[in-house]
Ligand binder design. Structure first.
Ligand SMILES: [Zn+2]
Length: 178
């Protein structure tokens, strides 16, 4: 199996862990010399921190493992096209190449611009669409389920409202008693 497929599968496994925790399923791994040295999945819902993206964890863990902020010979694999914060982190860490799976909706990332910007005197190679279908199916499945839950909740709420008596005073009374 091609290395990039193998490591994107490892990133997908991280995304699935996120999914099991009710997070938007995005996973990432950092690879050095054919070995995974950092893993992470999105944990934003749990931590309520804007920085809790999969790539940030994978990069932090790789740095800790190497005891160095420089990940010069390392590659980052992530299931979704990275946001500017994570591309910034990859550049800061001097990541060699970023592989991502699903493409972000057009115009919502600046991956190519950031990769080529020579920001921090470093350019990073980028390759998108690695196992793109599997990565995007995981995400769209999550959002489909979320929309279905929201719709079911709305319906349930709508039914409750419909069940209230037409008389306004009684309806107010019900509300006040809660
Ligand atoms: Zn990000």
């Amino acid at each position: 199996m091609e290395d990039k497929i193998k490591f994107m599968r490892a990133a997908l496994r991280q995304a699935e862990r996120g999914l099991a925790e009710g997070e938007v399923p995005v996973g990432a791994v950092v690879v050095l010399n054919g070995k995974v040295i950092g893993r992470g999945h999105n944990r934003r819902a749990k931590t309520q921190l804007a920085s809790s993206h999969a790539e940030m964890y994978a990069i932090d863990r790789a740095c800790k493992k190497l005891n160095s902020w420089r990940l010069e010979d390392c590659d980052l694999y992530v299931t979704l096209e990275p946001c500017p914060m994570c591309m910034g982190a990859a550049l800061n860490a001097r990541i060699r190449k970023v592989y991502f799976g699903a493409y972000e909706q057009k115009g919502r990332s600046m991956t190519d611009e950031l990769a080529a910007s020579n920001l921090l005197n470093h350019t990073v190679e980028v390759e998108g669409g690695v196992l793109g279908e599997a990565c995007s199916e995981l995400l769209s499945g999550f959002f489909r389920a979320m929309r279905a839950r929201t719709a079911a909740q709305r319906r349930a709420e709508g039914q409750q409202e419909g069940a209230l008596p037409a008389d306004g005073r009684e309806a107010d009374g019900d509300g006040a008693a809660e």
